[in-house]
Write a protein that binds this ligand. Structure first.
Ligand SMILES: C[S@@+](CC[C@H](N)C(=O)[O-])C[C@H]1O[C@@H](n2cnc3c(N)ncnc32)[C@H](O)[C@@H]1O
Length: 191
């Protein structure tokens, strides 16, 4: 179960989104390597770590005081007012009780690692070209059977990029009743 403190972290994730992330993470091996792109103030980070306490989590964000504004209101998300900005100091306040977390203050396309991941969760820059570039890049960072997933399915242009990449790579997009998505290999139904 998701501990209550996570719901108090200002976030762009709905309760259902966080539950879907928690559920997805619990399907993975306990000692998984996880990569999170776009950590904001830590609600997804904490959810992943609470689901898999023995995992190793790489957290990548530019943490450049990105402001999240009113367009998110009314979407079953926490109220994130315009004064709340994305910075590493606030993220650290929310996540410093967690172990085996490595932070990289850089853009997703600059980040490099030799680690292969069981789960990569994308929630950074949602512009079409950036999402496509991240999908192409990070598919290569997965272990065999690793899961590529993210947030903001149902919002454009993110959905368009996710579907385009799926079609080009024989993948099916899975979602629950929220904005979290993940890929599974697409399989034809036997005739
Ligand atoms: C939608 S928020 C992430 C919300 C987060 N998952 C949560 O739990 O609340 C997007 C985050 O992506 C970061 N970001 C924006 N562009 C980025 C990039 N090119 N690379 C990495 N992070 C980026 C922003 O600083 C911001 O913190």
């Amino acid at each position: 179960m998701i501990p209550d403190y996570i719901y108090d972290i200002p976030s762009l994730m709905s309760k259902s989104d966080l539950e879907s992330i928690f559920e997805l993470a619990t399907t993975l091996p306990e000692d998984s390597n996880i990569l999170e792109i776009g950590c904001f103030l830590g609600s997804t980070t904490c959810t992943l770590k609470e689901a898999l306490p023995n995992s190793i989590l790489h957290c990548v964000d530019i943490w450049q005081d990105e402001k999240h504004s009113k367009y998110l209101l009314g979407k079953d998300r926490h109220f994130v007012n315009e004064e709340i900005t994305s910075n590493k100091y606030t993220w650290h306040q929310n996540t410093k009780h967690l172990q085996n977390i490595f932070t990289y203050q850089t853009s997703s396309l600059q980040y490099q690692s030799d680690t292969k991941f069981d789960l990569i969760f994308l929630d950074g820059n949602h512009q079409y070209e950036n999402v496509i570039s991240e999908l192409v890049k990070f598919k290569k960072y997965l272990k065999p059977n690793g899961i590529l997933a993210g947030h903001d399915y149902g919002f454009e242009p993110t959905s368009k990029a996710i579907i385009k990449f799926a079609n080009n790579n024989n993948l099916a997009v899975w979602t629950k009743n929220d904005n979290v998505w993940y890929y599974k290999p697409y399989m034809e139904t036997p005739q």
